[in-house]
Design a protein around this ligand. Sequence first.
Ligand SMILES: [Zn+2]
Length: 274
Amino acid sequence: MNPTYILLFVFLGIPALLFGGQYLFARRLRTKKEEVLATDFSATWDAILHQNVPLVTKLPKRFRERLETNIKLFLAEVSFEGQGGVEITDEIRVTVAAQACLLTVGRENKRYPRLNNIIIYPSAFTDSPRSPNFDPDNPTYRLGESWTTGTVILAWDSAKRGAVNIHDGHNVTLHEFAHQLDQEDGVADGVPIFEHRSAFAAWADVFTREYDIQVKKATKGHRSVLDHYGATNYAEFFAVATEAFFEKPKQLKRKRPEVYKILKNYYRLDPITW
Ligand SMILES: [Zn+2]
């Protein structure tokens, strides 16, 4: 073949093919997103929210439409897998998605870029051999897990109970999705990604101080609006504080005002007013 043609193919043909492929892929994604957005939020899904996720029904009206849009996109992007005989139903998908999306609804266009799949067990489960925490000699029972590789695992009985009871400060779904937000930068350290870098200094300042208080309370067995499990490490402190922020906002603001304020700024939500 004429060397000129070969050079033309290398410098013009290959980039054109690559660009064309990318363009078609982006177009297909866009079409799929448009299709998802064009569908209605069904009455069945709405009934599931009312029945299982009362927290969401208290959300101010201005966030409601965005939440429904984000739930639709979330369910189109993330796959669910049942384990231990669980059959994935709309009840499971919508209950989990609604709470995951509640954490991000205050910030426009914010979703879970790392999240791929959600595994649902009927009740407490032992560590999966696929889990980064797996120890065959010492299996532990868990209600939820969140992996930096984009997997969330939930025990459905606890997840449902936690969603229905919105005042006890325990919600495993909010807890695990707070971990997902924390792990978005690849590390579980209690420091999520901020919209503005300037937010980091205030976060580090408040979290360091408040975590120390939590450790002291847990060590001495003192009562706390935050579960003592939050004294495990900074990542657990963030996840436990998130549960209290949404389920015990009044108590959290009264007892630990700095924690409430920093989470209010991060989530851009003010549950005390709901
Ligand atoms: Zn945790």
